[in-house]
Design a protein around this ligand. Structure first.
Ligand code: HEC
Ligand SMILES: [Cu+2]
Length: 324
């Protein structure tokens, strides 16, 4: 199937098949709605052209049923596609609770990855087969876009804001991965490979990368940074500064000064570190220094991984949110 038609990239996930089915069916519908119109137009233009001696009496001046049906049928068809596509889109937006998180940092002109289990890599991304993977992505400079054709997923990667996308690859192999947003001189070479490995091979690969000295999980390097960057000086239990405790923060509601409440997700943790004056926790003075020019995106990711580790579980993936 995959190599027969070169415009149709290989399918490396169940989801890829679903996207192809949607696009294929949509294409068929568009043909079914368009083709008769043009065929009849050509037919009538030829049959009733001025020089033709044909019977022009009893020209129809209207047919209610015909007009109603050619309005209602396409409407219902497109509505059906709307529901179908939206369901697929929502599914793509909501990673399962047990998804493995991999952080992605884009910069001119490379992709950097941080696995929760500790390994780091550039451009080539190794993932386990059959396990849901959630990518949490941010850019260090301009807008990029991560595109994996074999998975039929693409998502813009923005400076200062996390975007996510998730997938479960179900076929081992090596697939191209590209930047799909023009981002400067070397945009065309900003890419790498998605390497889908059987779970045992992935575990071995992870162990080899640990042997290479990266034996620390991302959360553990975050915990180290939490002390070395001075966070614990204010947020530690023994601190004399009036600063909020961060245990259990992630995933739950936070009250802000001014009375607003929001959910402490990854973006909130990121902004609390990079732009502490944007949302100030209720009952505290805005004395936290800005780390915007101090910490690299990878370091913020590590801190966020640590704060998630000591937090209360992913927002939006709790059981009550997913019952439907
Ligand atoms: C000078 C003391 C100080 C330092 C150093 C400090 N913070 Fe804070 N932090 C605060 C205070 C005070 C608040 C509450 C006011 C606010 O939201 O800005 C806060 C708020 C936060 C919040 C939001 C908490 C909530 O309940 O909403 C997070 C997350 C956070 N800090 C993380 C960090 C991290 C990570 C570091 C180290 C990179 C750090 N802080 C360094 C004092 C500090
Ligand atoms: Cu790019």
């Amino acid at each position: 199937m995959s190599h027969r038609f070169f415009l149709w990239p290989e399918q490396a996930s169940h989801h890829a098949g679903q996207v192809d089915l949607l696009i294929g069916a949509f294409g068929v519908m568009v043909w079914l709605l368009t083709l008769p119109v043009f065929v009849l137009m050509a037919f009538f233009a030829i049959r009733y052209r001025t020089s033709r001696d044909v019977n022009r009496e009893h020209a129809s001046s209207g047919n209610v049923w015909l007009e109603v049906s050619w309005s209602v049928i396409p409407f219902l068809l497109t509505l059906g596609f709307f529901v179908w596509a939206t369901a697929l889109y929502f599914n793509l937006r909501r990673p399962p609770a047990d998804a493995t998180t991999i952080n992605v940092v884009a910069k001119q002109w490379m992709w950097k990855y941080q696995h929760g289990e500790g390994a780091r890599e550039i451009n080539d991304l190794h993932v386990p087969m059959g396990r849901p993977v959630k990518l949490v992505m941010i850019s260090q400079d301009v807008i990029h876009s991560l595109y994996v054709p074999a998975l039929r997923i693409k998502q813009d990667v923005l400076p200062g804001r996390y975007t996510t996308m998730w997938f479960t690859a179900d076929k081992p192999g090596i697939y191209p991965l590209r930047c799909a947003e023009f981002c400067g001189t070397d945009h065309s070479v900003m890419g790498g490979r998605l390497i889908v490995m059987r779970q045992q091979d992935y575990a071995d690969w992870m162990a080899r990368n640990r042997d290479a000295g990266e034996d620390e999980t991302l959360a553990a390097s975050g915990a180290r940074l939490f002390r070395s960057a001075g966070c614990s000086g204010c947020h530690g239990a023994a601190s004399a500064v009036h600063a909020p405790p961060l245990e259990g923060l992630f995933g739950g509601p936070v009250g802000l000064s001014g009375g607003r409440t929001l959910i402490a997700d990854e973006q909130y943790l990121h902004d609390s570190i990079m732009l502490p004056n944007k949302d100030v926790a209720a009952g505290y003075r805005p004395i936290m220094p800005t780390y915007g020019n101090v910490l690299k995106p990878e370091e913020v990711n590590a801190l966020v991984a640590y704060l998630k580790d000591i937090g209360g579980g992913e927002p939006g993936t709790r059981q009550e949110d997913r019952d439907e």
